[in-house]
Design a protein around this ligand. Sequence first.
Ligand code: GYE
Length: 327
Amino acid sequence: MRITRRRLLIASAASAAASILASRAFAAPPPLEQKETYKVGFAQTESNNPWRLAQTKSMQDEAAARGWQLVYTDAAGSAAKQVADVNSMIAQGVDLIFLAPREEKPLIPAIMAAKGAGIPVILLDRNVDQSLAKPGEDYITFIGSDFVEEGRRIAEYLVGMGGDKKTIIQLEGTTGSSPANDRKRGFEEFLADHSDYRVVASQSGDFARDRGRQVAETLLQAHPDANVIYAHNDEMAIGAIAALEAAGRTAGRDDCLVFSIDGGREAVQLVVDGKIEAVVECNPRFGPKAFDTALAYAAGEEIPPVIINPDQIYTPENAADLIDTAY
Ligand code: GYE
C-alpha cells in the first residue's frame, strides 16, 4: 500500500515536471503577423503631468504617421482600471498592446491574459516584477530609461558638488512602481559609500505636484535642517519648491538644493533660474521606437529583453542651451 502511494507520488511529480518543461518549451510571447497596417492598444497609466501627455502624444503621432489604428485608454492612476483597460483591448482583438504598467505587481495578470489570448505585449516606460513575468517569454521587451542609473546620477552630482549640503529629503514616486523603486535604489546605493550624506526622510508624493508639495511641507517641518530635496520627478520637485517658499526658505544653492528627474520644459527653466540644481532627463518620446520594435518583432528579428533610452542631464552649465530639447 505504502509503496503504491509512493509510486503514485513519483509519477505525479514526474508529470508535473513534464508539464513545466512543456510550458517552458512554448514560453515565448505570441507571434505578430506581418501586415500592411495594425490595430494596437496603448494602455496609459494616468494623464496628470506633462511627461504623460508628451508620451501619449508621441504614441498618437506615430500611429497617425503610419496609418495604424490606436486604441488608447487612460487608467487615471488606478492599477485596477488599467487591468480592465487591457482586458477590454483583448476583447476588441487588438494585434499588440503597448502597456505602461502603473505598478510592478498588479499588472501581471493583464500581461498573462494578453499572452493567453495570443496578443503580444511591449512594456513602455515602467517595468514589472521580473520574478513574476519575463521579457521574451511573457512579453516581448521593456522599452524605457535605466531608473537605477537616473537615481545614481543625481547622487553622483550631489557628492561631486562638495560643500555642506548633505541632509536629504527624498520624495518618492508612486509606491510599487518601477521608477520609484529604482530611482530610490540607485540614489541610496551611491550614497552608501558616502556616509556623511544622510537621507533623513523619504516618503511617496505619488509623482504628483500637489502631493509632493504637501509631503515636502510636512517633512520640512519635521526636518528643518534638511538642505537637499531629491524628488523622483519634476512635478514633485516643483511642488517642493512651493513648500520651501511657503516655509520662508529658498530653493537653490543659497539654502536648499532641489533635484529632479524627467526634464520637462518647466523644470529645465527652473534650472536656468537657479531653483533646481539639476534634472536627469527621462525621455517620454516613445512612439518611433515602440512602433519600430513591434515591426521588428513581426519580421522575426531577435528583440533584446530591455531597450534602454539614452538620457541627458540638465545642469546650470547647459540648461539654457538645451531647453529647446525639453518637452
Ligand atoms: O518620471 C513620471 C511619470 O514612469 C518614467 O512616471 C515614468 C514616470 C515619470 O508619471 O513623471
